[in-house]
Structure formats: structure tokens, C-alpha cells
Design a protein around this ligand. Sequence first.
Ligand SMILES: [Zn+2]
Length: 55
Amino acid sequence: MPHYEFFCPTCKKTFSRILALIDWAEGEIPCPYCGSHEVEQVWSAFSLFTSQKCA
Ligand SMILES: [Zn+2]
């Protein structure tokens, strides 16, 4: 299952969710801390860095 990371600008926290692509839709992911749907998907810099090191 894909693993997504999100950032909530409202409470300045990041959280991760595991969900299928079909479950992803704009505004459908609530922040687990404040319940806001204004969350942004973030791409893990760590995984990008790791893949670059491996290349
Ligand atoms: Zn929040």
C-alpha cells in the first residue's frame, strides 16, 4: 500500500497515511491533530536523498 506524508499548515505538523490511490481525493484527508482538511501532500526528502545516493 502506498504511503503518503502530509503537512498541516494549521497546526504545523506532519503526518503519514497509508492509503490506496483510489482513496486519495482533494480535501478528503483530514489532519489527525486539528481535523483540518487544508493539508498539503509532502514528498519525503529523505527518500529522495536515499535514492540519489543509491544511484
Ligand atoms: Zn492540523
